[in-house]
Write a protein that binds this ligand. Sequence first.
Ligand code: TXA
Ligand code: MG
Length: 335
Amino acid sequence: MITRLLTSSDEDIAAAARIIREGGIVGMPTETVYGLAGNALDADSSRKIYAAKGRPSDNPLIVHIADIADISPLVKTVPDNARRLFDTFSPGPLTVILPKTDIIPDATSGGLDTVGIRIPADRTARRLIRAAGVPIAAPSANRSGSPSPTTAAHVMHDMDGRIPAVIDGGGCAVGVESTVVSCSEDGHITILRPGFVSLEDIASVTGEDGVSLAKGVTERISDGERVLSPGMKYRHYAPDADIALVVGGKEAFERFVSAQEADAYAAGFGDESLPRLIPYGLTSEEQAHELFDMLRRIDEIGAKRVYVRCPERSGVGLAVYNRLLRAAGFEVIYA
Ligand code: TXA
Ligand code: MG
C-alpha cells in the first residue's frame, strides 16, 4: 500500500473523510499527538487500527467528536462532574470515560462497557470529524510500544505502507496525549493518565477531594493486578536504548552523569553543560512538547544508555514524569 501525505486543504480533508466513511483509516493531527483515525461505529475499521498499530485488541480506542452535542448517542449518562469537565476543558486535551451505548462496537471499546470521549481542539481534526460525519476512533498513530508521534514525519516513519494516508497538520501544540479520567456514579474523578489538563486544573473544578490519581500513574502495576485502564499494563514509549530517570538538582545530575561510562548520553532541561546532552525543554510545557521527539532522537543516534533528569512532578510536569517513568521501565536513580 502506498501511503499518501495529504495537506489540510479542503480537498485533502474531503479525501481523508471519504477514506474513513468507506471503512479505511488515516493519520490525523490533533493538538496532543497524531492519531490513527477510523469510523468508531465500524468494527472492521477498529480492527484495521489495531492491525496497523500492532496493538493488543483489549486496549480500548478513544472516540473523538467535534461538539459536546454529539455525545448523546454514544454514552448512557454524563454525570454532573463529567459535564463540568467538558464545559471547562473541551474542546481540548481531555478524555472522559463514560458508560457506552450499544452503537459503539466491542471492537472499538476493547470489550469494555465504557468508552473514552474526547473533543479535540485542533482545527484540522475538527474539520476532519465534521467532514467524515461519524465519531472517530483514534489511538496515537505510533506502532505499539513506540513513542507517540508529534509530527507527520513520525507517523510516516511508523505507518508508511500500512495505511492509505496521513494528513500533515504540522507539529502538535501540546506533545503528550490527553488527560484520561474516569467518573464514578457519585461524581468522583480519577486520573488514569495525566496530560496537559493537570490534576490542579481538575481540582479547581471538583475541589481537592473530588479528584485523585490512579495508582498506575506513578507506580508500577504488578503482574496480575487489576488495572483501571488497559493501557497502563503495557510497556510504553520504550526506545531501544536503556533509559534511567535521575532525580536530583542540576549540579547533582551533572556530577552523577560525569561519573558514568563515557559513551552514555544525558537528557536534561538544557541548562546543564554536559557533553552528549539531549535537551528537552526548560518549562514543563516545553518538556511535554519535546518529549516524544527526544525519545525518537535517542534511537536515531543509536544511544545505548541514557540518563534523563527527572522533571517537576506538578502541573503538566506530572504527564512528562509519567511517560518518562514508562520509557525508563520504572528505573529511578537518586543522585
Ligand atoms: O491525546 C490522545 O488521547 C490521543 C489523540 C490521538 O487523541 N489518543 C491516544 O489514544 O493517546 P491511545 O489509544 O494511544 O491511548 C488511550 C489510553 C489507553 O491507555 C487506553 O487504555 C485508555 O486511554 N482508555 C481508552 N478508553 C478507555 C476506557 N474505556 N477505559 C479505560 N481506559 C481507557
Ligand atoms: Mg498510545
